[in-house]
Design a protein around this ligand. Structure first.
Ligand code: GDR
Length: 332
């Protein structure tokens, strides 16, 4: 069997979810390393980038996914697609099960069949999630049992288990168990971007308050571009395996708001923060804190962007962004 990924030789990569935060950064990082990048985009969505080959595919359409793998015969598939909002998964639990849970199974099944038919190795990378742990005690490591508490967590737990199953059948399948990772590409329906846009809007006089849900949830927040480097290291690791990707430190949502408001030059966050049950979920994990010691030991990766820096970079970006775009349509 020939392997073009070993020794870090660039080849052909297929990325699902390429139009999302991680997909955008990953496409950029792979293209810079000389990879030929193909990306899957949902039909009806506009997305294009110079040098990236776009294919339209609905992740619920397993036949279409299989046809694309057969056509491209990639060296590696990065599966980042699916419903990524934990909150939204409560509104669409079945669709979440299909696109976040089952689509990776169709991709791995076809990758293994194509690998057997062509004799060329196809690696598989799964963007797994801390949400598989749900109610499990922190810190969570690769050995922590799954206790998902949301439809999203259930779907990710299924896909995560399937990675091990296909690996045992000869597919070089790996996963990154990703804890929260943020950037200026985070959509405002996720809490960090909502907070940084809110703090920025208040600091330049466009808004007076910011309304959130549960302020006490503890999450392990990193920087998305650092995590994309971890994804590549995992996909290219000599031994396919599962790795927690996290900072090892957790902060409450209130802590993130404090960091963002401080970066925006505002003190006394309580003067501006409101809460509304509309933003509180039916159920959720209380504490997410990853133990990243395995990826540090085996692959030498470590999160390098500090919590305060994550908030500050986003606020700085959002102050400029709001000066041009304003706050219309933002549910802050
Ligand atoms: P999460 O991200 O569910 O952790 O999933 P999100 O930013 O949506 O929520 C983080 C925490 O903030 C609390 N929260 C609010 N959340 C939102 N969206 N809006 C609010 O107004 C608000 N107020 C408080 C939430 O209850 C929650 O506790 C992210 C995603 O990137 C997943 O795809 C990924 O798998 C996990 O992180 C690890």
């Amino acid at each position: 069997m020939t392997t073009r990924t070993e020794g870090r030789q660039p080849g052909v990569a297929l990325v699902t979810g390429i139009s999302g935060q991680d997909g955008s950064y990953l496409a950029e990082a792979l293209a810079q390393r000389g990879w030929s990048v193909h990306g899957l985009v949902r039909p009806g969505h506009e997305w294009g980038r110079a040098g990236i080959n776009v294919h339209f595919a609905d992740l619920a359409d397993a036949g279409r996914l299989e046809a694309i793998v057969q056509e491209i015969v990639p060296d590696v598939i990065y599966n980042l697609g699916g419903i990524s909002s934990v909150g939204y998964s409560w509104s669409e639990p079945y669709t979440t099960a299909v696109v976040t849970g089952a689509a990776p199974i169709a991709l791995m099944d076809q990758a293994l069949r194509t690998q057997r038919a062509t004799g060329r190795e196809i690696r598989f990378f799964q963007a797994s999630s801390a949400e598989i742990f749900g109610a499990a005690k922190a810190p969570q490591s690769e050995a922590t049992p799954f206790r998902p508490v949301t439809p999203y967590g259930v779907a990710k737990a299924m896909a995560h288990s399937a990675v091990g199953t296909f690996r045992s059948q000869g597919l070089a399948a790996s996963s990154a168990i990703l804890f929260n990772h943020e950037s200026v590409l985070r959509p405002p329906n996720f809490v960090t971007r909502k907070i940084t846009l809110g703090a920025a809007a208040i600091s330049i006089g466009l808004r007076e308050t910011l309304t959130l849900g549960n302020l006490n949830a503890l999450r392990d927040f990193g920087w998305a571009q650092d995590y994309v480097e971890a994804m590549i290291a995992i996909a290219e690791a000599p031994e396919p395996d599962d790795f927690v990707v996290a900072t090892g430190i957790s902060h409450s949502i209130r802590d993130f708001a404090e960091a963002a408001f401080t970066a925006a030059g505002l003190d006394r966050v309580d003067n501006y923060l409101r809460t509304d049950p509309r933003f509180v979920r039916a159920a959720e994990a209380p504490t997410m804190r990853g133990d990243p010691s395995k990826i540090a030991r085996v692959l030498g990766w470590k999160a390098s962007t500090k919590f305060e820096e994550v908030a500050a970079r986003m606020v700085e970006h959002d102050i400029e962004w709001l000066k041009t775009h304003g706050t219309e349509g933002l549910d802050l």
